[in-house]
Design a protein around this ligand. Sequence first.
Ligand SMILES: Nc1ncnc2c1ncn2[C@@H]1O[C@H](COP(=O)(O)OP(=O)(O)OP(=O)(O)O)[C@@H](O)[C@H]1O
Length: 223
Amino acid sequence: MAEVLGNGLSVRELECTRAGRRVFRGVSFDVAPGEVVQVRGANGSGKSSLLRLLCGLLQPSCGAVHWCSRNIAARDAGLAGDLAYMGHADGLSGELTVLENLRFSLQVAGRAEAEAERTEVLHHLHLAHRVHEQVRHLSQGQRRRLNLARVVLSRRRLWLLDEPCAGLDTQGEQRFDAYLATHLREGGLAVVTTHRDIGRDGPCARALEMDCFHDSFDTDHRP
Ligand SMILES: Nc1ncnc2c1ncn2[C@@H]1O[C@H](COP(=O)(O)OP(=O)(O)OP(=O)(O)O)[C@@H](O)[C@H]1O
């Protein structure tokens, strides 16, 4: 196996099979500190599946993911303590308020003390006036903003974000871009699925086209 990064994410010859069907194979790439990889591709090409493999929620049928040179399949690679994952489902409790949801997440992330920072981020994401409302009363875009607040405040090194801008308005997208830029500047890493052009002008931004990793006879995912 080719050498893996000692301080980042290394993906080698990754193959994904779901319900007995191969989704993709031969995916290899590295993400070093300060870099973002933008995962692109047609519907069903495996973008979400890739992210779930990267954080260990799915097991690969072939290949491996290494975090700081340790295989995440070993479960002791330290990935859980470094990872902020945003999936399609937001994982928020509709019964709890914005503040209660955030407090709970930050406690789990070991960042319960980040109160001043929390206030600032909520203000920046235009959620400050909704903190005592139940999350079930928020719009989809507001829920996405709250999820973004969770990711930002977790201060984890590795962001794995699945369509983080879905439902965000233009201002929300700009806020996301700003937080991502700060994260990278501070040495963070990110893998992001999105159809928007994020970070493409940055020196370390790279696109990963999932449509390149399918069997030629499998046309199910093609537009
Ligand atoms: N829970 C599941 N069980 C079995 N197969 C699944 C499951 N989830 C997704 N798949 C299949 O895996 C393939 C890739 O799906 P995935 O959601 O990763 O694609 P995607 O590129 O993220 O799609 P989209 O752009 O529509 O969100 C699809 O063919 C899909 O049918």
